[in-house]
Design a protein around this ligand. Structure first.
Ligand code: CTP
Length: 447
C-alpha cells in the first residue's frame, strides 16, 4: 500500500485545495492530510484565518479524499509523521518547490502544480476590505501601516493629523493626508487613533457618531464618565470600540492569565508591574511637553492591565505617588500606584524619565510568575516554585509586538459582529478612572 501525506492550512477550502487533495490521493492508496493548528499557523505568520481548526478539519473530512487527518502542531513534525505513519510520498503544491527537499531523506517528495488564480489569502482579502484611517501624528502609526500589511482584509486609507509637517515619509505618502477629521471620516470604515490622550474622547466620539469602528490607543478617555459614554455610543451605533493595548493580544500574556485562573501559583497575593522608558523629554519645549504623553498616560494603561485583569477592578483603596517635572504642569516623569484589594495588593510603576527593570511579577501562595523585561512585549515567562526543579518555562512567538493580532481581533469583531476583544469594558473604565483621579489630585501624593 502506497501511503501519501500532505499538509496545509486549508482555510475556507477552495477549488485549489480540492484539486491538490484529489491529485495527492491519486498518487497512492492511502492519504493522510495534515491540518495546521491555530498556534502553529500563528508562528508561521498566518494570523487571520477565517475558520477554526475544527471547521477546517471538518471541511477536509467532507471532501472524502482523506483517509486520515492529523493536526500539525510544531516545526519539524513532518519528519516525525513520515516515520510514524510509514509514508512513501510527501506532496504539496508547487508554491513550495524545493522547500521540502530535505524530506527526500525519508520518502519521495512530489510538488504538484499549484492551481492558478485562487488562494485563501485572496478570498480573505476580497471578503470585505476594511478601509482603516489613521488619526494622529506619532511615528508609532508607521507600525500600524507595516503591521496591517500582514492582515488580509485591511487597507490603510490615509491619515488625519494636526501636525502634517511632523509626519514621517511613509505616513506623508499615504493617499489621504488631511487635518479635517469630519471629511476624513467620510472616506474610511474605521479609524486607528494614536493622538494625544486629551484628544481621544472627542475624536472617538466623532467617529462613533458617524458609524465608524474605532481602535484607539489607551486611555480612551481621561475620565470614567466619558469612557462609559463612548462605549454606550458604540453600542447604540452598532460599531466596535476597541481599546488598543497591544500586550493584551500577546499569546504569552493570554496564556499567563489562563494559567493563573487554573491556579498554577495558588491564590494570587500580589501583582507588580513596571514599565519605563527614557525619552529625552528635557529636549522638548513646554508646549510640547504638555501635549506629549506623560508617564501615566504612556504606560499607565499597560501597567494597570495585568492588575485589573488578574485581581479585578474592585480595589479597596489606592495611592498614586507621582514625581512631577518642574517645568511642566502635570507631566509625571515617574508614578507609582499602590492598590489594596480585599485579599491582595498590587503596584504599578511607570516612568518616562526614570529607568527601572520592566518586569512583571505575580506572587501566589504556591509560587510566582516572572515575566522578564520588557514584559509588555513578552513572548516568554516562567512559573517558579520553592523547589527550582519544579519551575516551568513558557515561550510563545510574538510577531509585530502583538499589533497585528490586535488588528486581526478588531477586523474579526467587525466582520463577525462577535467580540474578539481582550479588554473588557470594566477594565477600560477602571483605567480611565485612574487617569481621572491623577488629574483631579485624588489619592495623589506628589514627591
Ligand atoms: N494549493 C494549490 N493551489 C492553490 C492554493 C493552494 O495547489 N491555488 C495547495 C498548496 O500548495 C498546499 C495546499 O493547497 O499544498 C494547502 O495550501 P494553503 O496554504 O492552505 O492554501 P493557500 O490558498 O495557499 O493559503 P494562503 O493564501 O493563506 O497562503
Amino acid at each position: 500500500m502506497i501511503k501519501v501525506i500532505t499538509y496545509g492550512t486549508f482555510d475556507m477550502l477552495h477549488y485549489g485545495h480540492i484539486r491538490l487533495l484529489e491529485r495527492a490521493k491519486a498518487l497512492g492508496d492511502y492519504l493522510i492530510v495534515g491540518v495546521t493548528s491555530d498556534d502553529f499557523d500563528k508562528t508561521r505568520g498566518k494570523i487571520n484565518l477565517q475558520q477554526s481548526l475544527s471547521e477546517r478539519v471538518e471541511a477536509i473530512r467532507k471532501t472524502g479524499f482523506a483517509d486520515k487527518i492529523v493536526i500539525e502542531e510544531y516545526e519539524g513534525q513532518k519528519i516525525d509523521d513520515i516515520k510514524r505513519y510509514n509514508i512513501d510520498i510527501f506532496t504539496v503544491g508547487s508554491d513550495w518547490e524545493g522547500y521540502f527537499d530535505y524530506l527526500k531523506e525519508y520518502c519521495k517528495v512530489i510538488y504538484l502544480e499549484r492551481t492558478k488564480g485562487i488562494s485563501s489569502s485572496g478570498i480573505r482579502s476580497e471578503k470585505a476590505l476594511l478601509k482603516l484611517g489613521l488619526v494622529g501624528s506619532a511615528s508609532f502609526l508607521e507600525k500600524i501601516v507595516k503591521e496591517s500589511s500582514y492582515v488580509n482584509g485591511v487597507k490603510i486609507s490615509g491619515i488625519c493629523t494636526d501636525y502634517p509637517e511632523s509626519l514621517s515619509k511613509s505616513l506623508k505618502d499615504l493617499s489621504i493626508v488631511t487635518d479635517n477629521l469630519d471629511d476624513f471620516l467620510c472616506n474610511v470604515d474605521a479609524v486607528y487613533i494614536h493622538s494625544f490622550p486629551k484628544a481621544h474622547y472627542l475624536q472617538v466620539k466623532k467617529a462613533l457618531l458617524k458609524g465608524k469602528h474605532v481602535l484607539c490607543e489607551s486611555p480612551l478617555a481621561l475620565n470614567r464618565k466619558d469612557c462609559f459614554e463612548l462605549y454606550k455610543l458604540a453600542e447604540n451605533n452598532h460599531v466596535i470600540l476597541m481599546e488598543a493595548i497591544k500586550t493584551a493580544y500577546s499569546t504569552a500574556y493570554q496564556r499567563l492569565l489562563l494559567m493563573l485562573k487554573a491556579g498554577k501559583i495558588g491564590h494570587v497575593v500580589s501583582v507588580d508591574a513596571t514599565c519605563t522608558s527614557l525619552k529625552s523629554i528635557t529636549a522638548l519645549s513646554d508646549f510640547e511637553l504638555d501635549k506629549k504623553w506623560n508617564s501615566l498616560a504612556t504606560w499607565g494603561p499597560t501597567g494597570l492591565l495585568p492588575v485589573f485583569q488578574i485581581l479585578g477592578t474592585s480595589f479597596k483603596c489606592k495611592n498614586i505617588i507621582s514625581h512631577i517635572d518642574k517645568n511642566s504642569e502635570k507631566f509625571d516623569t515617574f508614578t507609582k500606584i499602590e492598590f489594596v484589594f480585599p485579599n491582595s495588593v498590587a503596584s504599578v510603576k511607570v516612568g518616562r524619565g526614570v529607568k527601572s527593570e520592566g518586569e512583571l511579577v505575580v506572587s501566589g501562595t504556591k509560587g510566582y510568575i516572572y515575566v522578564p523585561s520588557p514584559w509588555w512585549k513578552t513572548d516568554y515567562f516562567e512559573i517558579r516554585y520553592e523547589n527550582p526543579v519544579d519551575n516551568k518555562r513558557y515561550f510563545y512567538q510574538l510577531d509585530g509586538e502583538g499589533i497585528r493580532y490586535e488588528l486581526v481581533s478588531f477586523l474579526k469583531s467587525i466582520q463577525t459582529n462577535t467580540t474578539y476583544l481582550k479588554i473588557d469594558q470594566d477594565i477600560s473604565l477602571a483605567i480611565s478612572e485612574i487617569l481621572q483621579d491623577f488629574y483631579d489630585d485624588k489619592d495623589v501624593i506628589f514627591i
